[in-house]
Each structure stands twice: as structure tokens, then as C-alpha cells.
Design a protein around this ligand. Sequence first.
Ligand code: AMP
Length: 907
Amino acid sequence: MNGITNNNDLKSITSFFEKQEISLIAPTTEELSRQLAEWNNTKYDYPAHTALHKLISGRAVECPDKTAITFGEQKITYKILNEQVNQLAAILIKNEVKKGDRVGLALDRSAEMVIALLAIMKTGAVYIPLDPQFPLNRINYMLEDSQAVILLTSIKYKNHFQSPAKELLIEELWETLDNYPATDPEVEVNGNDLVYILYTSGSTGLPKGAQITHQNLVNFLISMQRAPGLTATDKLLAVTTISFDIAGLELYLPLLAGAEIVIADTKATKDGWALLDIIKKEKVSVLQATPYTWRLLLEAGWDASTPLKVICGGEALPLELSQKILERASSLWNVYGPTETTIWSTVKQLTSADEVISIGRPINNTAIYIVDKYLNPLAPGIPGEIYIGGDGVAMGYLNRPELTAEKFVEDPFSKQAGNKMYRTGDLGKFMPNGEIECLGRIDAQVKIRGYRIETGVLEYQLAKENDIKQAVVIARPDKFGVDKLLAFIITKNTDEALNTTARIHNWKAVLKNSLPDYMVPDNFIIVPAMPLTPNGKIDKKALPDPEISDTVKLHTGPRNETEAVLTGIWQELLGLQQVGIYDNFFDLGGHSLLALRVIANVEKVTSKQFPVNVLFEYQTIEKFAEFLEEDGKKSKLQSLVPIKAAGNNKPLYVVSGINGTAFAFVRFANMLDAEQPVYLLQEPQEIGEMEEFPATVEGIAATYIDQILKQNPDGPFAIAGHCFGGIIAFEMAKQMEKMGKEVKLLALMDIDISDFETLQPGMKKNLYFIKHKIQNELHKIYKNTYLFVAHRQLFFKYRNEYHRRLLNKYKKIAKPNYNIEEYNFSQKVTQLYEKAKKNYQFTPYNIDVIIFRAKIASYHRDDKKFSGWKPFVNSIEVRDVEGDHLTMLESNDLPTILQQDLNRYLK
Ligand code: AMP
């Protein structure tokens, strides 16, 4: 909802609109007609008959050596881009892609993704953008509905999708690229030909494909080049999934303007810190994003030292957010429009003087009409439905003639017969100066993180559940102003007090199977009945807030002081008035940022320090309070920590190294696929645990295996170990094999055991030992200085607990007043591990391992090639990854490569 419009305003506007009668509306005066025509006079010449790729190819001639695309370290010039696009187009044509054919594209974000999009255009085919992260069912449906003849994807997704389309793998095509001509293919494509079909939310549960022509897209891009404006000196950071039409601006506008696209990879697009990093490193000047992503950037510490041209759209921009952006941005542009009229249809530059967030005026060759239900134009100030006409209007929906007829209607205001206008379903009104204010939706469509969601889809899916009688889903802002999806449920079984948490968990899991994550409601509220309007419709506005809902009846309040303190903290941070002691933190909408805040608050109250993983371990107030109360007497912390328990893949078990805690692995785990669960096996976290902890590698391995098998008795297993954890992982694999358990993947992360060879019989022990000792001491001096600087930088970048601890650890060299208790404890653990390591006898074992080696050595390596593992394993594959011994866990490299191995070995 817009910042200026509260729920009551909307209620009155909506009911006004519902009751509107023709007689109540002043007749359209000549003056009004003249004024509306003037506001809609947006005529601007552009190459309406030219295909987009032709205009982009023109840049390769004008500025061949300029960088067109940057992706990580990869840079591609306009000349190379054009040549590779042509070569790939030739390969597609060889594979019988013809003009008008539909080609599905499912590639991870990369430079090749852009090349492939342009190549499909050059064949005259129509692309269907498919984000591989989207649920399989949804992608399969789009491939089938569009009757795609080809699916262009990558080895990672080989045979992953099911459709009649012939699968082509980009890596295989790339190998043959040089066998094909770098000149333009001879295919005539013009403005009326389709360029893409974009599937967008549908009210029946199935998405529908809006068909966009080259002319639609070229008109839009030329208009955007004027305002907000983009020049050849700009660098635009592309962050949006190709499944969202607004990605079209990010990928094509820079190429049309001779500017540079910097592509953020999928992981970075969800990580404010990573985005800020790229913005600074690449000196990005323009960024388009939804309000949600702008909030992410603000959270990550974006400030005025990094001014950006900000393009914000996809959902209502609240006034408060626009003010925060304006304090930092070089300019701020609010853009509005549905997929069906090609990305954006209006634009407005906002300034700090604006008191109302307007969506501005129509873009080039576009008309906006605000009308009543009889299509009478309404005077400024009177709210009505927004219709959009002009050159952005799509060619309707694929295979949906009825829906097309309903939404794309004759444009009675156009001078040219046959022109259509699109019915947006948005409420709006003209302001006296001709700008438009968007007042929200008329129907049940909502926006979450910029994604368009028909809540009917969720209601339909939920109602299919056995234990659900009725479901109503709405979006409502939380206390930070961010819209959240709330599902109100009437259950079939009135005995719901039994197991609400488990039920909610099931419902979430069912939705996750068929819908993207952003469509899964944050909160489920069980209600006895839905509130109704006088005419018997569900009164969505009268649905209770979560805190005063019927779940409150099931709510059990705090029973002691500790529970009361925790309840206060949770309520405050989750923005809820009541939280029961059995409620699950993550089911209540808790996420990792909030978890950090909870821990920080608990630390303040108790004056003790806790790793954030205690919240993963103890997810309810009851459990957390128990943990706090027993703290000091006997630790309840187990070694097995679910860093990321959700996901349908087989889990990965990671063994941490000395002084490694769950903190170090949270980001790593989040960078793996959404479906990839990760469990950490970690060293004792406090003195109570130390007493029970075994003192040998064999013993530690056995303890860890015991915990894994309790949770996952059958396997198969994937085990990784970082640092000393690698040795434990190796021993675990051995013991598991003896138990008849299958270890399909053993990954050793930066663990060098070359010095262990000194312990093997037959070596010149003393000489070797002394040499090694000297080398190591020298390396230590280098390492300590290096790591101090590195962690200082990382702390200021991420400001997280993990780096603070490490920074302190290295600081202690200079500052003896470092938290001595913590230091003593970590020294104790180190001593225990050092001893276990010394006493461990390596014996060969017939297993294939993958070594992940940090590109920057943090310690001296005797065996630079195999880190000393060669004599003890069957085969070794070595993967060099970005970072040093510790920062490798923060890099994108390690999780990306490891995920590929997991997919290969575990599927
Ligand atoms: P989509 O087709 O996913 O781009 O969604 C289009 C819908 O998003 C519009 O019909 C509006 O309801 C909403 N929308 C897009 N941009 C804005 C904006 N700047 N302000 C308010 N609502 C917006």
C-alpha cells in the first residue's frame, strides 16, 4: 500500500468505486477531454519496425572494444558479445530453431545467459525466460503451455526438467562455438514479431504467458533511455531474475545505450552486503530494484558515499522508504507498470519535497486512462481503474483467448481503430497536475518483494489440503512497513490445539513443492470463522492481526521469569503482541537477521555470549528458556547443529575445524541451493561440554556419527570437513563404511596433512620436523598480520559476530586485555584438538575425495598439489577456491562448486 494511503482511505475508495453509478459521475466535459488528451500526448519517434537485437548489434560497430558485460572477473566487449551471439544463433538454427518457434531458457545468472537471450532473438524465435531456481512443476508447466521446441539449459540442470522440448546444454554448444560464423544470421525479424513470452501470476493457480513484441520492447527502452536516462558512461547492476519482466530493462537498456551491465549472481541478488560490495567494486552508477531490495541495501549500510541513480518499481514505494533512498541516491525514479504493457508504463522522478508518492506520467507513446466501470474518464481527484493504451500493450496471453478478451479491450480513446488497452486492476487517480497516484489493487493481487501474487492461487492450493476447510490469504505490512503474506485458515479438525506447529510446517512444505518461496505465507493464523461484509463477502480488511487472532486461544504465556524475558524480546522483534512459549521462532516469521538481533538482546540481558546457532537449536521460548536456565550446570548444546534444516535434497554434514562455530557457516549454507539442507558438527562450545567431549579423532568421529545416525539412519551421506574437521570427516567416512553406510561424497576443505607424514614410519623425522617448524613459524608471522587485516576488513563489511570474534582473536597479539575467559576456553579446545591430531595414525583408505583448497595459503604447504593426502586415499580431485583458509567460507566460489559436486554425487 502506498505511504499516503492507509487502510481506511482504501476502504472508502474501494467501496466508493464499487457503488459508483453512472449518474453520480459528472459528464465528461470538453475541457476534461482536452486535458486528458494533452496529458496523454506522449508521441515520440522511434524505430518501431526494427528488432531489438539489430539496434544492439549496431553498438558493436560503434564501440567494439568497450565492455558490454561484466560478471565476476569475466568481461565481454561489444564486439565479442555480438560475435558470440551470432555464433550461438547459428548453432540454434543448425538445431532447427525457426522464426516464431518458442525456446525455453533456463540458465543461472551469467554473461552466457544474456548472450543466449540475444542469440534466440537473432534466430527470430521467441524466448520463454525460466529461472532454474523456480519450482520444477512451474517450469515444466511453462515449457508445456508454451510448446517450447528447445530448452536451452546447462549441464547442472541436465534432464532436470520434463517437457517435450529438445534439451540443449550451453556448455556443449560453447565448445563448438568457433565452428560457426560470427556474422549476423540471415533471418528477418521486425517490430511485430514476438520477442518473449513472460509467465505471470494467474488467478486459477496456473501462470499465464503475456506475449511481448520487439516493438513493445524497443518503444519501452527508447523511452527509458530518455527518462530515467542512461548514457554510454553508465554501469547498471542487474539484479532481477529473468522470470520477472523488469529484468528486460537491466539487460537490454545498457546494451542499447552502449553502457555496461554488471550482472550479480543469484546468491548476491539476495544479499545486501554482497550487492553493496559489487556496487563499490565496479563503480555501479544505476540500479533498478523493488522496494524490498532497496531495504536490503539500506540494512547492509548503503550510504551517501555510494550515490546511485535509483529506479524503484514493482510495487508501491512507501514515502518513508523514498526519503531514506533520497538521502543517499543521486536521483530517485518511481516506475509503474504491469507485465502486460511491457515492464513500465509511467515514470516519475521523486524529490525530498514530494509529500505524495506519485507514479508520474505515461512513458513514450503510452496513454493512461482512469475510468469508472462504464469506461467513462474520470476527472482529477476521482479514483477509478487504471487502463493503459499505446505501444507497450502486449499481444494478449498465449492460449488464453477468453482472458485476453477480458483484459485487453478495445481502446475507445485511440484514434486508430483496433488498438487495445489493458485493464490493470489497479486503482488510481489523476492529480491536478496530470500525474497519477496509484492507490492499490481492486482485486486480490498483492505484491511481495516485488513479485506479483494472486492470493487466489495460494487459497486454491491450501484448500486442497485434507485438514483445511477454508483458506484466505492477504498481504499486510509488518511493523517495519514490509508487506508479509498472512494465511487465515479454518481447519476441518476442531482439535487443532493438538499440533498447530506441525500442521503449519506441513502446509508450508506442501506450498513450497509447487510454488516459489516468495509465495509461501509468512504467518498462518487459525480462525474459527471468516469475518463477512454485510453482503456476505469475506471482509479481508476485518481479518485479525496475527497477535489478536484465534491462535491466541492456543497461546500459552510465560511460566517463569526467563520465559517472560524471552517472550518480551521475541514480541518486540517479531512485531507481535503475543507469542506463546511453544511457538516456533521461524514459523512466526523469524529470519536470520532477526535471529542475530534476538541473540544480541539476550546477551544484553544475561551478560553472557551465545552463538546464533542456539536459536536454530532451541526454536521455541520453552526450549530456549530451558537452555538458558541449565546453562552453567550442564550444557545441552549438541554437536549437530541444523544450520539450514529446510530443503528436499539429501543433507550435507559439515565438520567444523578448530574454533569454528555455526556463525562461519550460516552464509555458506545460505549460498547453497535453497533445497540443500546443511548440518554442522561442531566442537564443544563451552566448558560443560568439554568434559564429555572425546579426546581422540576416532572418538570425536564416533560421537559425530552417532548424532548423524540418530537423525538420518539410512543415508547416503555427504560429508565435508573444514580445517581439522577434514581429518575428523576422513575418519568418519572410514567408520561409516565399516558400519555399512554409504558415503557418497567426502570433501576436504583446506586441510593440509603434509606435516603428518613426519609421523609415518621411515621418514627422517627430526630433520623434517625442524624444517617444517621453521617454515611454519615464518608463515605464522605472515598469517597473523594478514588475517588481522583481512578480518578487520570483513568485520567492517559484514559486522557480524563471527568476524568480531576472529578479529578479537588476532587483536589479542597486540591487546592483552582481550576477553580472557573466551580466549582461555578456545585455547583449551585448541589443545584438545592438537593432542587428538598428534595421536591420530593415518592409514590408507580406499575412498575418492575432493579437496577444496583456498587460493590464498594461510599456512605453509609442504605438498602444494595434494596437501599430503595422496598416500591415504584412492583418488583426489582438487578444486581451488577464492579466499584464504577462513574467508573461503565467505566466498561465493566454495558453495557454488560444492553444490555442483553434491548434485553430481547425491542425485
Ligand atoms: P507485474 O506485472 O509483476 O510487473 O505487476 C504489476 C503490478 O504491480 C501493477 O499492476 C501494480 O499493481 C504494481 N506496481 C508496479 N509498480 C508499482 C509502483 N511503482 N507503485 C505501485 N504499484 C506498482
